[in-house]
Each structure stands twice: as C-alpha cells, then as structure tokens.
Design a protein. Structure first.
Length: 346
C-alpha cells in the first residue's frame, strides 16, 4: 500500500465520526447516481437533438406557422411546458420550438463555459439559425426571461417579439440565492450536488411546489412533470449556477431594457410568492411599448395555472403589426401599446 494511502486509512480508522461521514457521503453519491440513471430510463428524450458549437441541445418541435420559442425557468425542462398544455395549444397556430436550456433535461452544459443569459442566447440563436427558424416570437418564463431579454438585446433583428412571464428583472436582496447557489461552488458544490442536495431536494419538493404555485393548488396536469429528472446531480448543479447568476444578470440588464424596441407583453400573477409582482410593473414602466398583463390571484407558474391567458398574450403580440401607431386587440377590444390589462383567471 502506498504511504499516502496508508496514512489516509489510518486517519479514518482513528476518527470514526469522520469515517462515518465519508462512508455516508459515498453511499449517497452511489444512490443518487443510481436514481439519476433510473430517472433517465423512465423519461427518455421526447424530442430531437441539435449540436451547436459542440454543445448538444435537446428540443421539441411541433406545429407549423410562425416560429414560437419557449424558454423554461431555472431547474425546469421541456416537460413543464408539455404538462401545462401550452405546447399543444400553441402548435395549433405556430411552429413551436421548446428547448431544454443548457444543463436541464437532456441538453449539455459544458463546464468550460459560464452559462450567463448572454452565453445561452448565443447558443439558442445559433440553433435557430441552423433550424431555419427566423424572426421567432420568444416566450421566457422565470429565469428564461433573462435569456429571452439577452436574445432580444444581442440579436434585435432576429427576434420578432417577446412574451415575458413571471420574470426577475431587477436586483434585490434574496436569502434564497445564498442558500440555493451553494452546489455551484467549486469542489464543495460538486460534493453537495452528488450527495446531500438531491436528498434535500426530494424532501422540500412539496414545499417548493406550494411556493411557486401558491395561492393556487398544484394542478393535476403538473403530474406529468418528472420530478426525478430535476433531482439529478447534474441538473441540481445547473440550477445552483443559475441561481448564483440571477442577481448579477438582472443588475447588468437593468439599464438596457429601454433599448428593446420590439413588441413586448409582460405577464405576471398578482400573488407571485417567488418573485415580487412589482418587478413586472417596473419593467413595464421602463419599456414604453410594452403591455403588462396582470392575472389576479395567480402565482409564479402562470403558464400552468392560467394557460389560456398566456396563450392570449402570445396571440396578442403576434397580431401586432405596427409598433409605433398600432393598437393590439385583446378579447375583442383594442388595447393601446403600453397599456395594463387585468384578467380574471380562468
């Protein structure tokens, strides 16, 4: 036995508590690896793959017509939009392209890149060019709104319009960021994401759902979302990294929103418990041509609990012909650009 290894073995034997911790961590890592592989066997890819700059992206494409790109939130994946019914609903009128963003679902997330909203925007834009999806409407939910905004700022001629739902747009003090970003730390984060974090994630999953859906109950259709896929170490690491990037990204974009000139509809639940609804109201004030749609009594997951209203927002921005002088039609009535529209949830 090598001297260093012999010394390590002796050290473990002389410290039974340390030995127990090491054994427990090793056992949990093996268990989490097994559960991750099982989750992937139970939930095989449902879409196609495209390789962009060496990064393999998984996406679902459905329907025909003008392209509509869907970008999910942090910790999520395509199945969020699938289970909501939004993909099937939108596919009746649009060519819907829903991506697993880097590190989520079945998309790669190379560690050589810091996956900021801008880096993800570059990747998504290149993928859309390869796919021949020009001038798409882009819908982002939650963290996905940051990628949607980055796309519109970096490639304004390529993006027709934005639908921004339940987004985080301005930096605020958030204790949850400090807690949830720990698996993104070098070395220690790897240990956490492969051992303790998946276990904790499973334990707090019901509490998380109550927070993001509240005050509405979790709809039965969300049962189609594969929780076990979200608890894979790789996806937990990606989610932690995006949590750590959230505030810096919002700070960077804070002064750039006025540069957005395309039609924009902002959708927000008035009872969002994850991100303050005031964020959406402030963004509406900063983007003069935007329309704000407030959905009473709805929380963060508006695409799940108010799917018809989100679909209506997509149709609204798609119908808009002339940003400068046009009026957009909502529920049979014309609404001027820059208006605030409030709906009763259905």
């Amino acid at each position: 036995m090598a001297p260093s290894r012999s010394y390590a073995v002796k050290a473990l034997k002389s410290h039974p508590v340390v030995t127990g911790v090491v054994v427990a961590l090793a056992a949990s890592a093996i268990l989490n690896r097994f559960l991750a592989k099982r989750a992937e066997r139970r939930n095989p890819p449902t879409g196609r793959f495209i390789t962009v700059d060496g990064v393999r992206l998984h996406y679902v494409e459905r329907g025909t017509g003008s392209p509509l790109v869907l970008l999910h939130g942090n910790g999520s994946m395509i199945q969020d939009f699938e289970s909501s019914g939004l993909i099937d609903l939108a596919a009746k009128s649009y060519r819907v392209i829903a991506f697993d963003r880097p590190g989520f679902g079945y998309s790669d997330r190379p560690r050589s890149t810091v996956w900021t909203p801008e880096a993800q925007a570059d990747l998504i834009n290149s993928a859309l060019v390869q796919m021949g999806a020009s001038q798409p409407l882009v819908l982002g939910h939650s963290w996905g709104t940051l990628v949607a905004v980055a796309l519109a700022l970096k490639y304004p001629r390529n993006i027709q319009a934005l639908i921004l739902a339940s987004g985080y747009y301005y930096p605020t003090l958030r204790a949850d960021v400090l807690i949830l970003s720990q698996p993104a730390m070098p070395i220690i984060g790897d240990v956490l994401s492969h051992t303790i974090s998946p276990i904790i994630g499973r334990l707090i999953w019901p509490l998380l759902l109550r927070k993001i859906f509240g005050p509405s109950p979790v709809p039965k259709k969300f049962g189609g979302f594969p929780e076990e896929m979200a608890m894979r170490p790789s996806q937990i690491g990606a989610a932690a990294a995006e949590t750590a990037l959230m505030i810096p990204a919002a700070k960077k974009f804070g002064k750039a929103y006025s540069h957005l000139k395309m039609p924009i509809v902002i959708v927000a639940g008035t009872e969002d418990r994850l991100i303050e609804p005031q964020q959406s109201a402030r963004l509406h004030r900063d983007i003069v041509q935007s329309t704000l749609r407030r959905i009473p009594s709805m929380g963060h997951m508006v695409h799940q609990t108010a799917t018809a209203q989100v679909m209506s927002a997509i149709d609204t921005v798609a119908r808009q012909k002339n940003e400068a002088a046009g009026a957009i039609e909502t529920n049979g009535q014309k609404q001027p650009l820059g208006s605030v529209v409030e709906f009763a949830a259905r």
